[in-house]
Each structure stands twice: as structure tokens, then as C-alpha cells.
Design a binder for this molecule. Structure first.
Ligand SMILES: [Zn+2]
Ligand SMILES: [Zn+2]
Length: 145
């Protein structure tokens, strides 16, 4: 069992089943919807996902021709999950950052990499900070927020 929810806690979900797929999606739609370079996504069977709380949604037509409908919290805006407009589609997408324990996610595949930004290669060796480094560097780096 996995569980998750939005930033403010108004929306919660639980998944009673194993992931169908685990990918990093670099498509422009995910970039815009998340404000990020990519979105980590887990496929889950709709029948195994229980959602409580009210979401708003926004649909865009995907390359497949189906509408991809992203659901987010009405209050805090967290991007929670997505599904197609076809009710017969048994699989939905869970956005990993909203899991209570995102560390369980093991991505196997990167998709839509043609729109991946050069700075967003997950395999790149980067300087790492356990927290936010910007406070100490704020004197030199004006404007970084
Ligand atoms: Zn919320
Ligand atoms: Zn995407």
C-alpha cells in the first residue's frame, strides 16, 4: 500500500497495488504543469486508487489523441494525478512528489526526452546540498529566489 496527498492535506489518496510503470516524463506539458524540468510518474490501476478530497482539473490533448487530464488541489495547487478522459483506460498516473514516501519510486525509463532541457540530466554529477544553499550565498547571488 502506498499513500500520498497534496501540500495542504485537503486531498489524500491510497494505492492498493504495485506500480504499472515508473518513468520520468520530460514532455513540455509536464514541464509547464509542474514548473519543473520533468515529472516523475508512476502508473497505477484506477481500480486500486482511492482518492478523498476535491480536485480541480485541466485537460490537454495528448499525442495519443486522448485528453490527458491533470488533477490538482483546489486550495494549494499541488499536481496530484492524471488520467485520460477514456473511462475504459484502466491506468492512471500518480505524480511521485505527492507520495508520503517518494523514496520508494524506482524509475526505469525516461520518456519524451526530445524536450529535455540540457540542465536536467538526472545522471549528471552535481554539487549536492542537504538543504537550501542559497541563504549563505545570498550576498553574492542577488536575485536568486
Ligand atoms: Zn492541497
Ligand atoms: Zn509528460
Amino acid at each position: 500500500m502506498m499513500s500520498g496527498g497534496c501540500l495542504c492535506g485537503a486531498v489524500r489518496y491510497r494505492i492498493d497495488g504495485p506500480p504499472e510503470f515508473c518513468v520520468l516524463c520530460y514532455c513540455r506539458d509536464c514541464q509547464r504543469a509542474s514548473g519543473s524540468g520533468h515529472v516523475p510518474v508512476m502508473g497505477a490501476r484506477r481500480a486500486q486508487v482511492t482518492i478523498t478530497g476535491d480536485t480541480a482539473s485541466y485537460g490537454v490533448r495528448a499525442d495519443s489523441g486522448q485528453m490527458a487530464i491533470r488533477h490538482f488541489c483546489r486550495t494549494c495547487g499541488s499536481l496530484l494525478y492524471g488520467r485520460s478522459d477514456d473511462e475504459r483506460d484502466p491506468i492512471m498516473s500518480i505524480y511521485i512528489g505527492t507520495l508520503d514516501d517518494p523514496s520508494v519510486f524506482q524509475p526505469t525509463t525516461a520518456i519524451c526526452t526530445r524536450s529535455r532541457a540540457p540542465w536536467d540530466r538526472s545522471v549528471a554529477a552535481l554539487r549536492e546540498f542537504p538543504g537550501m544553499p542559497f541563504q549563505a550565498a545570498a550576498d553574492q547571488q542577488q536575485g536568486a529566489t
